[in-house]
Design a protein around this ligand. Structure first.
Ligand SMILES: [Zn+2]
Length: 250
């Protein structure tokens, strides 16, 4: 079975159809990322309705402007009272959009890392144009997790892996001019999990369209070509990585 470790689903989406089509494409487990108040509430609701749907919840760096310490307490209450929550995320730093509130981003990033430590949960990291601060902050915490939508250099990939993180790999791998194929070629596949980030970042040949979790096999096929192994191997290895990181029985 394939597992989509990162997608966004809202109540307005055709949730049943999207999940059914994914399951039919052998994407048997889905992890919804809830990263703002509405998204978190809906991710919990949707995951409670479908046996094979899980969630990670946390505040995205673009949400920090109006965030307070009380919101972190709210988050903790939700995590501890829901058995479908696999981790904290996506959390992190985004200096592409939010350079002006760096301090606040760092504050809530650390707060949520501490929460993950306290609850002994893995984290899902969003980092955009903020490698140094992301890496240095993660280094101060003893956690494991996923570097969501990894698109950095081989050097940064190795540093994250050394810290105990795996790379979330999705549609970007199939894009022209992506440097990800070179990274995938070099690193051990034990350090990779698959994700769509649906509805964003659809893989080629669907680039620019709405993305769906049913497209996970396209990413797996691309990896199998790069690594010169079967798609079955990609399926087995990446799913067992998910099981290890998120403590999920498969
Ligand atoms: Zn996302």
């Amino acid at each position: 079975m394939y597992i989509d470790t990162h997608l966004h689903l809202n109540k307005e989406d055709d949730v049943k159809k999207i999940i059914k089509e994914a399951t039919d494409a052998n994407v048997q487990k889905l992890v919804i990322s809830g990263c703002d108040k509405k998204g978190i509430t809906e991710a919990l609701e949707i995951s409670s309705c479908f046996e094979n749907v899980y969630t990670t919840i946390g505040f995205h760096p673009s949400e920090v402007i109006e965030l307070t310490d009380d919101d972190i307490i709210w988050l903790e209450t939700l995590i501890t009272s829901n058995n479908k929550v696999l981790g904290v995320g996506e959390i992190g730093l985004d200096y592409y959009y939010g350079k002006e509130n760096k301090e606040k981003q760092l504050y809530f990033f650390k707060k949520q890392l501490e929460l993950a430590e306290k609850l002994a949960l893995p984290v899902v990291i969003h980092s955009r144009e903020a490698f140094e601060d992301t890496y240095n902050t993660l280094k101060e915490h003893k956690l494991k997790g996923v570097i969501h939508c990894f698109s950095g250099s081989l050097e940064t990939a190795k540093l994250y892996i050394k810290l105990g993180y795996v790379l979330g790999v999705g549609g970007v791998l199939t894009f022209k001019n992506s440097r990800l194929p070179e990274v995938i070629k070099t690193i051990n596949l034990n350090n990779v999990v698959l994700e769509t980030d649906s509805p964003y970042l659809a893989p080629t040949p669907h680039r620019g369209e709405i993305n769906y979790p049913k497209y996970i096999p396209i990413i797996a096929k691309k990896i199998s070509e790069i690594k010169k192994i079967s798609t079955k191997d990609v399926e087995n290895i990446t799913s067992s990585n998910v099981s290890r990181i998120f403590d999920l029985k498969i």
